[in-house]
Design a protein around this ligand. Structure first.
Ligand SMILES: Nc1nc2c(c(=O)[nH]1)N[C@H]1C(S)=C(S)[C@@H](COP(=O)(O)OP(=O)(O)OC[C@H]3O[C@@H](n4cnc5c(=O)[nH]c(N)nc54)[C@H](O)[C@@H]3O)O[C@H]1N2
Ligand SMILES: Nc1nc2c(c(=O)[nH]1)N[C@H]1C(S)=C(S)[C@@H](COP(=O)(O)OP(=O)(O)OC[C@H]3O[C@@H](n4cnc5c(=O)[nH]c(N)nc54)[C@H](O)[C@@H]3O)O[C@H]1N2
Ligand code: SF4
Ligand SMILES: [Mo]
Length: 883
């Protein structure tokens, strides 16, 4: 009866779904909904007309973009309840202009996407079947509260987990988990950048991310960052790098296995063999020392180990050695090292995922960062700088009181023992092993709450391991998913919590500032969320209020808006232009940004310790460190370093020096049964040392107009890029006899592990030819790629996410057939009038288009790198044949 009489079908029907009614959603669904798309409005008499935005009459709202992790300050123009235009907020010190990227411009289209999730939905039928009943928020909150309460009462609050992607709500989510007593906040950092962050922490101590003083820099050595298209803060860096190149002829050298837009715009581009950046950087270090081009004083005062030990260690890392490993000519390595060091101190050697997303990524990143220390560019104008306050500290941005105590228990899921450095400096976890841990019974969850993550699409083995575990009710008994569209993640949920988009919600935001001063931004709703969508922090707070008095007291402050208001309470009330405001919150609502005054964070390690800091301290003569106990009789900690008779801050490492040699890493590795000299020495990626002629390395990369799983549903962006043929060097194409446009079959293989840690994971090192998966894919033959590398972008090939993402025009009859459930539809709701997705998806394969691409993650293996656990995305061995 359920199926035959009451079921509505397709996302389009969501708009008219009544409480208690059932809807069928699935991979094939595509249907128009009632809301008019962007720039169309409905008159009082019901007729639709195109809106011609008149910015003079539009309301301006300052906020923060989140179409990628660069989080630019923005200003939205709102007319007739719609965001009709976005521009940059020049007060954002990083952006400093009205400019945004194409993704920033397209953001508002997701607000009006006809296939937004509008109501809480409860699964009926089997998980993953796609049958949903509309429920009220009260029912959703009650179910969540009951299940979480049960875990608390059973003494197992750690069986409640929140798994987040790019959240920006650490404080709010942390409060919720502390209130219920669970430490299990899982994240995506190991998929993203944990090797880079760990490398910066090991070397510099107090930052996970450099802030290159790019505008003043004279020489950029870029190891695997594609900042003209991607990169955390890419837009901010591009602007300054471009200025430096025009203003004073700064040179940009890029290492990338592929001619990215950054490589193509560089003065020189080199294609190293995958995973060999570490060797190249060490060889450059060798040349710099040999030529005595290092900053002798900086190395003597601030670097561990000293010069003699460095020379000894780098003696064998010759350009010839690195050339043999990397394929980059020794003469070039030599020349670049000399050019770089000769331009010191306004130079910067830096990385991103091209260097970090490898099995040896942690050491490779450290080796590159080391180059800045050798030439003394760390902290110098034009050099490799870093800020001091790059997090939302509770002291400055206080959360409402009372706050729950911090949870102190640990679990294997959020602190996996095989990767002892994963959580050493920052909670980076090892997100990609979560599903394997659940499958292997190493962890148990009763309530799994997912937020802004799309594991079946963006995770390695997404459509196999992740989807398999998500579908299994024994392994994940209950899954609540917060999303804005019906994603593949939402498909495997029991409860769908429709979220407000980043243009419809509150929040405080911050990132490292290339102007080297602390700043903060406010995200505020430009328009209210559609339907019954509720911002995720409010969902958590509403559940908290229903958990019982022990928890409810931490959520008595009100709404997320109230929370953010409290966080702004210590901000000034007088604006830079002299305007007065009633509160810090009103100040932030007006400007969107607050920047601290004061000097730029240059050479912070040279800052002298104050008399107050020195009170009660002593100097350890052997190491030169200034030691102090936090309380009388307490444990002593190094707070500074004696340099030239002055007690200075130094670096926030155990030695207070820039640590090229990090004894702690050696100790941790030894405890985990690995041999490590504590130096960023080079070890080849196991399995890549000598690839047979018919094996290649499969790489993936990001487009300038897409961000992982969040932009495919934005029609204008999908229109620009919807297809991802595999890049292939002409020599490979000739070998297997294909040309651009031909189809091939790609086969991927399991990595060969090297360490004790990863031998314990997934049953140990795989056999030589264990296949992960196979995919059919079109090829794009280009000189712009290393002959041993094949490259496929991520971000495409969605089975879910509505018509733009799926690359399918909407058509009612087609939808009903695609649903394949024989469902009769009671009431579909009004025909949308101006729905350019009905016929406007010109790339729909059924109309002769190219379709929506391939999801390559389905065949990429879970592959955490040693110690830190970062996913070694770019090490996958593959073979390819013509079909
Ligand atoms: N447009 C856009 N911007 C984004 C994002 C997005 O998805 N789209 N995502 C944001 C996020 S979360 C992140 S983490 C950043 C990522 O920013 P980036 O790290 O800059 O970008 P990726 O494409 O992940 O990887 C960078 C490059 O590594 C190259 N590469 C692969 N293997 C190797 C190798 O062995 N050696 C070298 N030298 N290079 C190699 C790839 O060809 C690619 O061009 O971007 C952020 N900004
Ligand atoms: N092959 C390959 N895979 C990669 C990478 C790669 O280079 N190659 N890069 C990796 C990197 S760097 C990262 S950071 C990860 C990121 O991967 P994820 O952490 O999965 O993040 P996203 O893809 O950004 O977003 C995931 C989900 O958030 C939903 N979403 C978007 N906006 C909102 C919102 O406002 N509210 C809610 N509740 N949900 C929202 C989207 O619909 C989508 O379902 O991907 C990784 N995956
Ligand atoms: S760079 Fe990222 S944050 Fe900035 S405008 Fe583009 S999408 Fe938005
Ligand atoms: Mo990322």
């Amino acid at each position: 009866m359920l199926r035959r009489e009451f079921i509505k079908s397709g996302l389009g029907a969501l708009a008219t779904l009544g409480v208690g009614e059932v809807i069928l959603l699935g991979a094939g669904d595509a249907m128009a909904a009632a809301p008019d798309p962007l720039n169309y409005a409905t008159d009082a008499d019901g007729a639709a007309h195109k809106v011609r935005p008149d910015y003079r009459t539009a309301t301006s709202v300052k906020s923060v973009c989140l179409n990628c992790s660069t989080v630019c300050g923005i200003e939205g123009f709102v007319q007739d309840g719609r965001v009709v235009k976005i521009r940059g907020n020049p007060l954002d010190p990083n952006l400093g202009s009205f400019m945004t990227c194409a993704k920033g411009q397209s953001g508002p289209t997701i607000n009006n996407y006809p296939e937004r999730l509008l109501f809480p939905l409860r699964r009926v039928g089997k998980r993953g079947e796609g049958l949903w009943r509309r429920i009220t928020w009260e029912e959703a909150y009650a179910e969540m509260a009951t299940r979480i309460r049960r875990c608390i009462d059973d003494g197992h609050p750690e069986r409640v987990a929140i798994h987040q992607g790019r959240s920006r709500y650490e404080s709010e989510i942390g409060r919720f988990l502390n209130a219920i007593g669970s430490p299990v906040l899982l994240n995506h950092r190991a998929l993203c950048s944990s090797n880079k962050r760990a490398a910066n922490y090991v070397s510099l101590g107090e930052t996970d991310w450099e802030s290159i003083d790019a505008e003043r820099c004279r020489y950029f050595l870029n190891f695997g960052a594609n900042f003209f298209e991607a990169h955390q803060g890419g837009l901010h860096l591009v602007k300054r790098v471009t200025k430096a190149r025009f203003d004073h002829g700064a040179k940009l050298v890029t290492f990338d296995v592929r001619m990215s837009n950054t490589a193509g715009r560089s003065d020189e581009w080199f294609q190293p063999y995958p995973g060999t950046e570490g060797a190249i950087a060490l060889a450059m270090g060798h040349v710099i020392l040999r030529e005595n081009l290092h900053d002798r004083a900086f190395v003597a005062d601030y670097v561990q180990p000293g010069e003699a030990r460095l020379r000894e260690w780098l003696a064998s890392c010759t350009p010839a050695w690195a050339a043999q490993l990397s394929g980059v000519p020794a003469a070039d390595i030599e020349r670049l090292a000399i050019e770089f060091a000769s331009a010191k101190p306004a130079v910067a050697a830096f990385t991103n995922r091209g260097t970090g997303a490898h099995y040896n990524g942690f050491n490779a990143e450290r080796a590159v960062v080391m180059l800045n220390a050798l030439v003394g560019s760390v902290g110098k104008p034009g050099g490799y700088c870093y800020g001091l306050e790059e997090k939302l500290s509770p002291a400055k941005y206080p959360a409402p009181q009372p706050e729950p105590p911090k949870v102190t228990i640990r679990t294997d899921l959020e602190d996996p023992p095989e990767w002892p450095l994963a959580n050493r400096w920052q909670k980076m976890k090892v997100g990609q092993v979560v599903y394997d841990y659940l499958k292997e019974g190493r962890a148990r969850l009763d309530v799994y709450i997912s937020y802004t993550i799309a594991a079946p699409m963006t995770w390695p083995e997404g459509r196999t391991t992740a989807a398999e575990v998500l579908a299994d009710e024994k392994l994940i008994p209950f899954h609540a998913c917060s999303d804005i569209v019906y994603s593949e993640m939402a498909h495997y949920a029991d409860l769908i919590l429709p979220d407000a988009t980043y243009l419809e919600r509150w929040g405080m935001d911050i990132r490292n500032n290339l102007e080297l001063r602390h700043y903060v931004m406010l995200r505020q709703p430009m328009v209210p969320p559609p339907g019954e969508a509720v911002s995720f922090p409010d969902v958590l707070f509403n559940i908290g209020k229903r958990l019982g008095p022990d928890q409810a007291k931490y959520f008595a402050f009100g709404t997320h808006e109230d929370y953010v208001r409290a966080q702004c309470s210590k901000l000034p009330t007088k604006g830079p232009d002299g305007r007065a405001f009633a509160s810090g919150f009103e100040y932030m609502k007006h400007y969107g940004v607050h920047v601290d005054a004061g000097p730029k964070a240059y050479e912070v390690y040279r800052r002298a310790l104050s008399a107050e800091q020195l009170a009660g301290s002593r100097v350890d003569e052997a190491s030169g460190r200034v030691l102090k106990a936090d309380k009388p009789g307490g444990k002593e900690r190094a707070i500074g370093l004696m340099v030239g008779g002055v007690a200075v801050r130094g670096f926030a490492t155990p030695s207070r020096r820039f640590e090229i040699h990090a004894p702690e890493v050696a100790q941790v590795a030894a405890a985990a049964g690995m041999r490590d000299d504590g130096l960023p020495s080079f070890h080849h990626v196991p399995g890549l040392e000598s690839l047979p002629a018919d094996r290649y390395v499969l790489t993936s990369f990001k487009w300038n107009v897409h961000t992982q799983g969040r932009t495919a549903s934005q029609k204008y962006l999908a229109e620009i890029v919807h297809d991802n043929p595999m890049w292939m060097h002409p020599s490979v194409a000739a070998r297997i006899g294909v040309k651009s446009g031909d189809m091939v079959e790609l086969t991927t293989y399991r990595p060969r592990s090297g360490t004790a840690g990863d031998k314990a994971f997934k049953g140990g090192a795989a056999g030589k030819d264990a296949v992960v998966g196979r995919a059919r894919i079109r090829v794009f033959v280009t000189q712009g790629i290393h002959p041993k590398v094949l490259a496929v972008s991520n971000s495409l090939g969605w089975k879910f996410g509505g018509r733009a993402a799926q690359g399918r025009n909407g058509n009612r009859t087609a939808v009903l057939r695609a649903s394949g459930q024989g469902a009769t539809v009671a009431a579909l709701g009004p025909e949308p009038r101006h729905d350019d997705l009905r016929n406007g998806v010109w790339w729909d394969e059924r109309n002769g288009g190219r379709g929506n691409g391939v999801n390559i993650n389905a065949i990429l293996p879970v592959n955490p790198s040693p110690l830190v656990g970062m996913q070694a995305w770019f090490d996958t061995v593959c073979s390819v044949r013509r079909v």
